[in-house]
Write a protein that binds this ligand. Structure first.
Ligand SMILES: Cc1ncc(COP(=O)(O)O)c(C=O)c1O
Ligand SMILES: [Zn+2]
Length: 426
């Protein structure tokens, strides 16, 4: 776990309005179980462990959920958001398509495969989900500035959501980030800050600023417990879209590891609420070989994650010191899954494979995930007879450079039929 400095709650107690966090009851420590009141806190005062949201869930039916809006707010009863959340401007992410991938399944020798395509969210990645929840928390805490350290996608989502909410946003990215991700943030905010360093340096800087400045909501630092809950909606949607059941196996990319652990949490909550049948399922984590601290620990059979210096084209997954790494190990081991990694060349090949089999253009994170899916099948770690879901977390237009060297026109011809016929394509 990365040791972020603990921000002491300010002397003035944050006034929280009644029902501001829906059915959320408190914050609990993931390490020691210590419980604290809801507020802008993220680290346990007893053991410095990360805090997460605990709830008193009501009885909830599938019908009540299905009657909700076609976005993540249909699950608002399971999130730390107010009951009237739909009334405040947000980017309304979620309810993205779950596609049966018959061509890719045939190519890989799988009986049944689905792609959960989160590249169609408002800023083209799953990060719109987490940011929508973080924005709600920032509003309730009366924050002045909406901010984040980011590997790119989060910056896009924060800048867009902040713009729509009329909040000042400041987003921090590594200065070597892909150009499209920089433009995708800068178009929404005049406060994009490029930091000379890698994501882990940017994250450390954000923790320092959060400690120095009052009224800043860093979505993945001091409002992280609220933010992280947004990732559960990916898990809820998969279960609902499968007809209220859980898949046998699921492959999820890992950077900080938050998304993977929250999909598992979502599945567990649905089982606990009696909304889906309890059954075994395996969770697999996907990393790029150039930044695979969790995969390395998994393969070595150890619990400690040794931080690495990232060197991969999968920049959105380039977190060398993942905050939730140890919890990813737990989930994958407990469920009988695994954590695997693929090389940059395998990432590129997988981007093209998904595009040419299913018509889905994914970014390098999705290339990593599909590449890992392929590797897991080939190594026999994933059972080809079982139903599998793979998550595409972001759009390929954000990382064009990754494949622009390997795809392009097959021929450049004069505008004449004879020239076309000479290509042999007719
Ligand atoms: C496209 C994409 N996929 C996956 C991830 C990994 O998410 P997490 O940090 O929750 O593991 C990220 C993180 O930035 C991302 O941008
Ligand atoms: Zn604790």
């Amino acid at each position: 776990m990365s040791a972020a400095p603990v921000i002491e709650p300010s002397a003035e107690k944050t006034q929280i309005r009644e029902g501001a966090f829906g059915n959320a009851r408190a914050l609990t420590c993931r390490e020691c179980g210590h419980e604290v009141e809801l507020g802008p806190h993220y680290a346990c005062s007893e053991c410095f462990g990360p805090l997460e949201i605990a709830y008193d869930f009501p009885q909830l039916t599938r019908e009540e959920i299905e009657a909700g809006p076609r976005n993540i707010w249909r699950y608002k009863a399971l999130l730390p958001v107010p009951t009237d959340i739909e009334t405040s401007p947000n980017t309304e992410p979620g309810f993205t398509r779950l596609l049966e991938a018959r061509n890719l399944a045939a190519e890989l020798g799988l009986a049944r495969l689905w792609v959960k395509d989160d590249s169609t969210n408002p800023t083209n990645s799953f990060k719109d989900r987490v940011v929508a929840c973080a924005l709600s928390a920032a509003r309730e805490f009366g924050s002045k500035v909406f901010a984040c350290p980011s590997t790119g996608n989060l910056a896009n989502a924060v800048a867009a959501a902040g713009a729509r909410a009329g909040m000042k946003t400041v987003v921090f990215i590594p200065s070597n980030l892909e150009q499209p991700k920089q433009v995708n943030s800068a178009v929404f905010t005049d406060s994009l800050v490029a930091v000379e360093g890698n994501y882990d340096d940017v994250n450390k800087l954000a923790s320092e600023i959060a400690g120095e400045e009052d009224g800043w909501a860093f979505v993945n630092v001091n409002v992280r417990p609220y933010y992280a809950e947004g990732s559960k909606t990916l898990g809820y949607e998969i279960a609902e879209q499968l007809g209220w059941r859980l898949p046998d196996q699921i492959v999820i990319p890992v950077a900080s590891g938050s998304q993977l652990t929250k999909v598992h949490k979502a599945f567990q909550e649905l089982v606990g609420l009696g909304l889906v049948e309890d059954r075994p399922y395996k969770v697999f984590g996907a990393q790029a070989a150039g930044c695979s601290p969790v995969s390395v620990a998994y393969k070595a059979g150890v619990d400690a994650i040794r931080p690495v210096k990232p060197d991969t084209i999968a920049k959105s997954l380039a977190i060398g010191n993942p905050a939730d790494g140890i919890y990813v190990l737990d989930v994958c081991r407990q469920t009988g899954g695994a954590v695997e990694d693929v090389t940059d060349d395998e990432v590129r090949e997988a981007i093209v494979l998904l595009a040419r089999t299913e018509g889905i253009f994914t970014e390098t994170a999705g290339g990593t995930t599909v590449g890992v899916l392929k590797k897991l099948v080939e190594s026999g770690q994933l059972d080809p007879e079982l139903e599998t879901v793979v998550i595409n977390t972001g759009h390929g237009l954000k990382t064009l450079d990754a494949v622009s060297g390997s795809v392009g026109p097959v021929a450049t011809i004069a505008p004449s039929y004879a020239a076309f016929a000479a290509t042999g394509l007719a």
